[in-house]
Design a protein around this ligand. Sequence first.
Ligand SMILES: [Zn+2]
Length: 219
Amino acid sequence: MINISINKKLDFETYNNFKDFSISGIDFGAIIKKDHPLINPDNFRDYIDLYYKNNIDILEKNCNELNILINEKQKAFFVAIKEIFGLDDGKKIQGYISIFNCNPRFVDSNKFQVFYKKEINDKIEVVFHEILHFIFFDYCSKNLPQETNHLNKNSGKLWELSEIINVIILNLPKFRGLIGKEEKLFYPKLKEKLLDIQNVWSKHYDMRQFILESLIILE
Ligand SMILES: [Zn+2]
């Protein structure tokens, strides 16, 4: 079950976590500044408070629209996921509309954010992208605990594989049809590695073998 709601406090955290953060060719601080040129570390609480106050109607409308679209698509999504990972979707997944275009996910609590100004199809793409991260990490901890439990989920080879496998899986016809657009690699520096991992995928290993071999390549 996926639900999207509003959470202003989480945007305080998102601002603090991303205002000085860059990874693999993406500068999140610059992204924040582009949408919110006047925000800074001194005024961010007042700024976010006021922004929510002035835009609450549109934020709520965004939430409702996204929940409706998710309800239309989530069943088919989880059926297709089960065919690939063999996992049931017992977990509750909570998403939040955000005023920042950082779209982070919190893998320990199955939570994520999605930027409210994205087109609705782009929001759906973020939703399924983040959920696929949760499913991938869940699969790894259940099926490859020794090989993956010690690995970082926010940087390094397991994180890289989580981003790359999203491009591979979300472009399979079933998912592509659900999302309605091509899944692209978000991090420019992972492009070369995507080709190597697509090669492994094309050998039709089972998921466990695919992950093991990919982690060796990403070493
Ligand atoms: Zn991601």
